[in-house]
Design a protein around this ligand. Structure first.
Ligand SMILES: [Zn+2]
Length: 249
């Protein structure tokens, strides 16, 4: 059994037995891996309570070929990212990224996804209070683009014609992009998005957060798009969590 030592970010952590935890780790060269952290729930665990979502560090685990679960032997803390846990929207945004990766990730090497996630967690921690939502939207859309299923915004998904910027067009959830004004848009699975929202979306896909007056329609668009492109997307818990966190009190 080879010992793998790698940079890793905890995407998810859940209890296993009375004393242990199972972690889903994102790594650059081994993609998403599940590891068993024996004793991690004991009060005097050598992991010292750091094995929580979004912790960065260097993980060592015994890699068992053709198995889904490997034994963690060490986790050297890089950054605990506790600030994310103190703000519902920052935490919800990070959880959404983790869920998208978990639904699409594999044990294949994905250094660009790993780099994107680390940068995103830093951006969500550091965003000024008023900018957290656009930063979360930009990190989610740019993750989708990094994973290779970003929507087509420059050319019509029906006929391929270049789209003029600035006009309201039909966003087709199923086809994953915009229709020009001449192509017949399918009924139902999509919505018209205004020119300004198209511009925002282009920025988000490039990872740039733009100031937004209203964010509700953007969250709805993201949620509907994911519903058509992720397995079991209806059960994305982070979107429900974000909706509750963003609801007016
Ligand atoms: Zn067209």
């Amino acid at each position: 059994m080879p010992l793998v030592t790698t940079e890793a970010t905890v995407l998810q952590a859940f209890p296993y037995s009375e004393t242990s935890k199972i972690l889903r780790l994102l790594t650059p060269q081994n993609g998403v891996q599940s590891v068993l952290a024996r004793g991690a729930r004991r009060p005097k665990s050598r992991y010292g309570g750091i094995l929580e979502p979004f912790t960065d560090g260097v993980a060592s685990f015994y890699y068992r070929e053709h198995r889904d679960l490997h034994n963690l032997s060490d986790f050297e803390l890089g950054r605990s990212r506790q600030r994310l846990g103190r703000d519902l929207v920052r935490f919800g945004g990070a959880s959404l990224l983790a869920e998208i990766i978990l639904r699409t990730g594999s044990p294949q090497a994905a250094p660009e996804v790993f780099a994107h996630m680390r940068a995103s967690l830093g951006a969500l921690e550091d965003a000024p209070d008023g900018d957290v939502e656009p930063v979360a939207l930009a990190r989610a859309w740019s993750l989708i683009a990094t994973l290779g299923f970003g929507p087509a915004l420059d050319q019509c998904v029906g006929c391929g014609v270049d789209l003029e910027p600035g006009t309201a067009l039909f966003f087709d959830y199923t086809a994953g992009g915009l229709h020009c004004g001449r192509c017949a848009a399918p009924a139902g699975a999509g919505r018209i998005i205004p020119g300004a929202a198209r511009t925002d979306l282009l920025s988000f896909l490039a990872g740039e957060a733009t100031a937004l007056d209203r964010t509700a329609a953007h969250w709805q668009l993201l949620g509907r798009f994911l519903a058509y492109h992720l397995i079991d997307a209806e059960s994305l818990r982070s979107l429900d969590f974000l909706a509750a966190a963003l609801a007016p009190a």
